[in-house]
Design a protein. Structure first.
Length: 481
RNA sequence: GGCCCCAUGGUCUAGUGGUUAGGACGUCGCCCUUUCAAGGCGAAGAUCGCCGGUUCGAGCCCGGCUGGGGCUACCA
């Protein structure tokens, strides 16, 4: 049996980290087993369809590099992959259930249902449909249906117990009494999740349903639906929830944005995958650095965690830094491209090795390299070092002398690391610590205390530009003397 | 309320009856050092949620409790 798995998002919003983790596990399992990864769009809730949602989900998946073998764009043997285009299929299966008595039309209004629910809640009883319509005479039912009375179709949950085969948690047994007579076909003719995904999973020959833990409690309904339709259920794997820092299910309100926002925050897709893979799964070794290939090779359903995991952005930062440092320079430069828009390509390529060890997110490149594109306008006070036994004015005077010495050095030959010794000598001559001279020069050239290594940075700036900036600094500092 | 899931340092985790409970992130310190990083070394931090049971022996097995979470829609 070849493995077939699917990710089945509902286009009601963006792809969030929790869902991304679900996609990842499906993807990894499919690749590990040489199986097929299917993308199916569950757009059966017309009211909640989100503008642009589908596109952003697809873009998120593409960004992560989690491509699908069947689904939108690529098609496949079980097309269409949009549930909204499969309505007749669901209708047929609902008819089958109706004929078998496994389902029944329900004419109850929302008002009645709401009141019922409230009443049950107040009485401290489980909130379940009271089956008012479950025993309606057949002729009355058909008469009301033919008269066009609005109705839904509910599944008729039988007595007994239902076992959900979960590969990670083992067989889970549920009392059917805990399950509601779920609506499977809405009054607008669209199926609900449980019916649609059961039918599609069977028709699309899905072998493993790997999804979030939030589905666990309703899994028995689907297993019952399989039984009612005479099918055997797939294997289930319920992934532990991804939690926010407050230990509640990760959601927008944690600021945990769409996956694409992580892209904009300067995270690498490979780092995102690496980090997400380790949330709720572990290889059982001490290796923590993986690319997608490595993950596919190491992935094993049996090592999926049962307990929920908190999404720790500090850890993500760290993993991202690891991946940044592992990238070839040209590749990193390309990734950096959008984050430093006013830096020419050639400069960026040369600057990349200088910052690669200094950033965890691509966004940090901007502040670090800004000096290459912009002259410092304001020189912070600490361009003048704090010197023992010298007033601020005296120190500023010395700083002018120091900068003039640096200017002579820079004027006299090529810039670069070879200037280190001359710089040190110059510092010694005026009685400064080398570090102070480097810092003063650094600030003169960049306007900042935190930059890539000074002499390399100066080389990128070029001699002419360095001299302009030194002159400006000499003049500015002179004013403070 | 009902049903269900879960429980190893702050966080992610290794561990499957006998370990000084290991690693990573984070934190702190030291080294390196022209800043910041990276890197190296080191430290603090866990009565393995609690109570009981099984066993010569329990983080690992069983039960209860507590705590946290999920679901409880004509949403997925």
């Amino acid at each position: 049996m070849t493995v077939r798995v699917r990710f089945a998002p509902s286009p009601t919003g963006a792809l969030h980290p929790g869902s991304a983790r679900t996609v990842l596990f499906n993807f990894l399992f499919a690749h590990r087993e040489g199986g097929t990864f299917i993308l199916r769009i569950e757009d059966t809730d017309r009211a909640r369809l989100g503008e642009g949602s589908l596109e952003s989900i697809l873009e998120g998946l593409r960004w992560l590099g989690l491509g699908w073998d069947e689904g939108p764009d690529v098609g496949g043997p079980h097309a269409p992959y949009f549930q909204s285009e499969r309505l007749e299929i669901y209708r047929d299966h609902v008819d089958r259930l109706l004929e078998a008595g496994s389902a029944y039309p329900c004419f109850c209004t929302r008002e009645r249902l709401d009141a019922l629910r409230q009443e049950q809640q107040k009485a401290g009883r489980p909130t379940r449909y009271d089956r008012l319509c479950a025993g309606l005479p057949a002729d009355e039912v058909s008469a009301r249906v033919e008269a066009g009375e609005p109705h839904v179709v509910r599944m008729r949950v039988p007595a007994g117990k239902t076992t959900v085969p979960d590969l990670v948690r083992g067989d889970l047994e549920f009392d059917n009494g805990s399950q509601d007579d779920q609506v499977i076909l809405k009054s607008d003719g669209y199926p609900t999740y449980h019916l649609a995904s059961t039918v599609d999973d069977h028709l699309m020959e899905i072998t493993h349903v790997i999804r979030g833990d939030e589905w666990l409690a309703s899994s028995p309904k689907q297993v019952m639906l399989y039984a009612m339709l005479g099918w055997s259920p797939p294997a289930f794997v319920h992934l532990p929830l991804v939690l926010g820092p407050d230990r509640a299910k990760l959601s927008k309100r944690h600021g945990a944005a769409a996956v694409l926002e992580y892209r904009d925050m300067g995270y690498l897709p490979q780092a995102m995958n690496n980090f997400l893979a380790l949330l709720g799964w572990s290889p059982g070794t001490e290796q923590e650095f993986y690319d997608l290939e490595g993950l596919s090779r190491a992935f094993d359903l049996k090592r999926i965690q049962t307990s929920p995991a908190v999404f720790d952005q500090a850890k993500l930062d760290s993993v991202n830094g690891l991946h940044i440092r592992a990238m070839p320079v040209a590749e990193l430069a390309a990734a950096l491209r959008p984050f430093v828009p006013d830096l020419p390509d050639d400069l960026l390529l040369k600057a990349t090795p200088l910052i690669r060890e200094r950033i965890q997110r691509l966004t940090e490149a901007g502040p670090l390299l800004g000096f290459l594109a912009h002259r410092p306008t304001q020189l912070p006070d600490d361009i003048v070092p704090k010197l023992k036994e010298a007033s601020r004015e005296e120190a500023a005077g010395q700083a002018v002398t120091a900068l003039q010495a640096v200017r002579r050095l820079f004027d006299s030959g090529p810039l670069g690391p070879s200037l280190e010794e001359p710089m040190r000598k110059a510092a010694a001559e005026i009685g400064w610590k080398a570090g102070d001279l480097f810092m003063t020069t650094r600030i003169a050239l960049t306007g900042s205390r935190v930059t890539p290594p000074l002499l390399e940075s100066a080389a990128l700036l070029g001699q002419a530009e360095c001299l302009v900036r030194l002159d400006y600094a000499i003049q500015e500092v002179g004013r403070r003397a």
